[in-house]
Design a protein around this ligand. Sequence first.
Ligand SMILES: Nc1ncnc2c1ncn2[C@@H]1O[C@H](COP(=O)(O)OP(=O)(O)OP(=O)(O)O)[C@@H](O)[C@H]1O
Ligand SMILES: [Mg+2]
Length: 357
Amino acid sequence: MNTPTAPHTPPSVFAVRDLWKVFGPKADRVPGDAGLAALDAAGLRARTGCTAAVRDVSFDVRKGEVFVVMGLSGSGKSTLVRCLTRLIEPTSGTISIDGEDVLSMDAGRLRELRRHRAAMVFQHFGLLPHRSVLDNVAYGLEIQGVGRAARRERAAEFVTKVGLEGMEHRRPGQLSGGQQQRVGLARALAVDPEVLLFDEPFSALDPLIRRDMQEEVVRLHREEGRTMVFITHDLSEALRLGDRIALMRDGRIVQLGTPEEIVGSPADDYVRDFVRDVPREQVLTVRAAMRPARSTESEAGPALAPDATVHEAIEAVARTGETARVVQDGRCLGVVDQAALLGVVAGVAAPAGKAAA
Ligand SMILES: Nc1ncnc2c1ncn2[C@@H]1O[C@H](COP(=O)(O)OP(=O)(O)OP(=O)(O)O)[C@@H](O)[C@H]1O
Ligand SMILES: [Mg+2]
């Protein structure tokens, strides 16, 4: 597939290298012992009584992206994200935030990391039942030592931002599940963290409210450009929210890429199986179907941006009956025709190939 290389990759917020988290007796010896490290989950448990929840994982979370960690139950998602702020102490490896070594932070620095720099939004986020919505949202500011008037003013701003205006004085018990989740989100946002860490925040919500909250996250991300790490075991949620997705299996990252890379070029059979039912035309872009223009093709036909989905291209081609042009900055990068678009949907290469400009 044609993977566009970004001209300037944003700086890393988190940089994680060779990270292991092993639970169990004498866990420390596992990462450094090639024989033990090579065992699968059952083998390792039988030999040592240990579970390797995170196995030799390396990745960067870039500034401004939504980085999704996806995988089945037990694949290590929560453990991995909790290691980022040492809510779980890693067994080995390195983690840094903005270049600062997280593993050598003292208690004070860690507290500052968790309160100001990387706020976590949990599925069950423990709203304080006897406090109003406003005071729940203000809570993070309160433990930062922000004065009452200032924190309530700021909390009110975020209550509005997540669509709970008029409910400031209710208690959590007087809200629906989705509304409570919004309170949790507002509370995390109010402390203005550099990174928001979400651990399956929406999995308890019914599908419609869940969709609503996903759109809320997308909107907040777009408006504020905030960096987010978002855990989910729901593939469509991952594809909807993620700029990049790390797909985990048994503690390892088996593939890390854009939704288009994961769906268009699965790294192995496991990933292929995982994404089998994804409507490819809604995830893949016209780049996957593009070929060079022949003779006059670059002058006529509907114009599409390079990041238009195959779905959008099908619409344009069906509507006009013409080959569509992929245009960027007034330049025709290539064209997509019916055969190529069908090829993408069917998961086979079009006969003409998929050469890019
Ligand atoms: N404190 C612990 N002690 C021992 N094993 C643990 C501990 N915490 C997690 N594990 C194990 O580590 C593995 C990864 O767990 P983790 O909670 O990270 O998975 P997950 O991907 O978040 O799953 P889920 O989708 O169910 O939340 C599992 O096999 C789990 O049983
Ligand atoms: Mg979990």
